[in-house]
Ligand binder design. Sequence first.
Ligand SMILES: [Mn+2]
Length: 446
Amino acid sequence: MRVLIVLTLLAAPLTAQAPGPPPEAVAELPGAGRPVAIEAHQARRNALLDRIGIGVVVVRAASQSDLERLVVQDNDFRQDDYFFYLTGVETPDAWLLLSVTDDGARDVVLYLPKRNPSREQWTGRKLGSGDDAVRLTGIDAVRELELDDLGRDIDIAVSRTSGPLYMTDPAREIGAGSWQGRLKNVVPILDRMRLVKDSVELAVLRRAIYITTEAHKAAMRTAHPGMYEYQLEATIEYTFRNMGADRVGFPSIVGSGPNSTVLHYDVNRRQMEDGDLVLMDIGAEYGQYTADVTRTIPVGGQFTARQREIYNLVLNTQRAALESIRPGVTVRELDQVARSYLARNSGNICGTQSCERYFIHGLSHWLGMRVHDVGDYSLPLEPGMVLTIEPGLYIPSEDLGIRIEDDVRVTEAGYEILSIGAPKTIEEIESLMQSSSRPKTGGSGP
Ligand SMILES: [Mn+2]
């Protein structure tokens, strides 16, 4: 059963450099999840209502998965992103109703399922409607969910506005009320909002990213010839959980030697050899937000001359792209900067042609609640957007793949690298690997 904890995190944004230990302490309300950043969520709901002008919005929470039927290994509940974005509430099967009448009156109602003590003995305590829920969520109207009542409330809300009825997933919603002809999808509006992170989102993202950079350091301190990829994966994911991450944001990619050239390799079963590179593309998820940071390191602690040559080309390509980040630039333009850098600076590293032909994926994606977060890639960058910058070169004939990926926040003046804590230059990586007490050989195989 989940123990409820209050974080000072939300009050005091953390820096990537020194967030310290998870500031989790005071037990509050069992079953509610982490404390809600009340003002930030109110601001998001108001921003949504500003955008729709008039109308009604209905947002539904995720449902608990069925452990027997649907979930083979882990029944870990994860809230629906849109519901979480607007409420911060981790309760399953809840609903949120927002409305603005034609004369501008706003109303917000949260519906929480009736608590079921005998089921809670199996699945843990849930947040029920009542004064506690009002205090915890900052929503004044919290009602016990009855689907018939919700349908009636939607009818009433719709009758008070000439605007549309927006839903996150119109196809699966309840009943067939008088509103059917006025249904619209609210997802494009919410996706546009989620693209620019507020201060609470940034604080949570910083924590996810900090945990991830610490995991990279732990991996660098333990990687050695003879070790299996899954053992490095275990070091990484141990660090995630040990530092309070909720789960992985995506399956950890730990690809050595030939596997470093496979972009989404996540089998992680190969025994690593001296002379191999190992590419680690990993991301802890914390508070519903995920990091996504890649480092590529020499298993033996020292890059070969050939590896150094390619590594520095990738690193300098990343620098060129990073230095082009500023408000107004598009992701496509950054991608072009990286490609033309490669075209101009490959020399004869990749033979007579440019190394660009080995850069086989895009440079960037949005980052947030999803590792490939929602949002339109044609939009120019704005302060508060968070994206990855991840050039890579993959040469299968040499069993050589190198990707370097950082998480970056767009600022007024340019950019901030949020994943600065993970060693990145050859000197930084070799120095950390060689100063640690890594075993020289051996791994406890399968
Ligand atoms: Mn990525």
